[in-house]
Design a protein around this ligand. Structure first.
Ligand SMILES: NC(=O)c1ccc[n+]([C@@H]2O[C@H](COP(=O)([O-])OP(=O)(O)OC[C@H]3O[C@@H](n4cnc5c(N)ncnc54)[C@H](OP(=O)(O)O)[C@@H]3O)[C@@H](O)[C@H]2O)c1
Length: 262
């Protein structure tokens, strides 16, 4: 079988969902059996970890970082025999650490996905070790294109990318909810406030990508002199919004580095 997922919760499930639009040659496993319903929904197989290690060419490791060692230990002999490609998404765990947990030299790809991957709008920086053959990587990248932006990145920058795009959806959802709350306070019905806030974030992001313009220039284009937008922006600045956003990223980055040392 081509793809296996050990763990299919929020993130593993999101990637499996997107990849299932490319191939059904896939099996999911988890601990509780909750993944059976997802496997049924995606029309793919549900197996246990051992069967996945025995059968799959690419094995996505989608368990929490602190569980990785215990999950890989019983699979070491099978991994050494078959040398499948391991694809780890665990925050903070390096290629070297995954190799150590696997107990042998084998191809490892490290990715840092985010949840919009489930709808093909993810950001997925990746790096890999030297055991990953170029043709194998090219094949994997081609399939993974259904998940969104799959972009090579030096391993030393993965924790920074994780803080931005891995955690970023949570920060943007809080901003979205807060903007909608403000609009509700101004009298807009809740459903419209949430829809307008979400679509405004999508539109702003797509406009930045499509035009390639600096966000500062795009912001200036919304701010008429003496107008309402600049009045709102002044409040954001007064409350230290930029500093808060930067500190938020630095806190997530520091935590990623801590997790990597555990
Ligand atoms: N969530 C994100 O936005 C995000 C972003 C980037 C990277 N990540 C990374 O993705 C990984 C998974 O995170 P998550 O948010 O998806 O966690 P999650 O929702 O808690 O999912 C964890 C999955 O691992 C399974 N699992 C636990 N022990 C297992 C075992 N012994 N054998 C097989 N499956 C086992 C769980 O199964 P049960 O439910 O049956 O226990 C569950 O399906 C983490 O390493 C995290 O760092 C997450």
């Amino acid at each position: 079988m081509k793809y296996g997922f050990i763990g299919c919760g929020n993130m593993g499930g999101a990637i499996a969902r997107a990849l299932s639009s490319v191939t059904k040659d896939m099996a999911l496993s988890d601990r509780s059996g909750k993944g059976k319903a997802l496997a049924q929904q995606l029309d793919v197989f549900y197996q246990d970890n051992v069967a996945i290690a025995e059968n799959c060419d690419f094995i996505f490791l989608a368990v929490k970082p602190h569980m990785m060692k215990a999950v890989l230990l019983p699979l070491q002999d099978m991994l050494a025999k078959r040398k499948p490609v391991l694809v780890s998404m665990a925050a903070g765990l390096t290629l070297e650490t995954i190799g150590t947990f696997a107990g042998c030299v084998l191809p490892v790809i490290r990715i840092m996905p985010n949840t919009p991957t489930a709808i093909g709008k993810g950001v997925i920086p990746f790096c890999c070790n030297e055991a990953v053959e170029a043709a194998v990587l090219a094949d994997w990248r081609q399939d993974m294109a259904c998940c969104g932006l799959v972009d090579p990145l030096e391993e030393r920058l993965m924790d920074a990318a994780s803080a931005l795009s891995g955690s970023g959806p949570a920060y943007l959802y809080v901003l979205m909810e807060a903007l909608a709350d403000g609009a509700v306070a101004c009298g807009l019905p809740r459903d419209k406030a949430l829809q307008y806030a979400a679509m405004t974030m999508v539109g702003a992001g797509e406009m930045a990508l499509a035009t390639g313009q600096h966000p500062g220039a795009l912001k200036d284009a919304v701010c008429s002199p003496g107008g309402s937008t600049i009045a709102g922006l002044r409040e954001l600045e007064r409350h230290g919004f930029r500093g808060a956003a930067m500190d938020c990223l630095l806190a997530a980055y520091a935590r990623n580095q801590e997790l990597g040392k555990q």
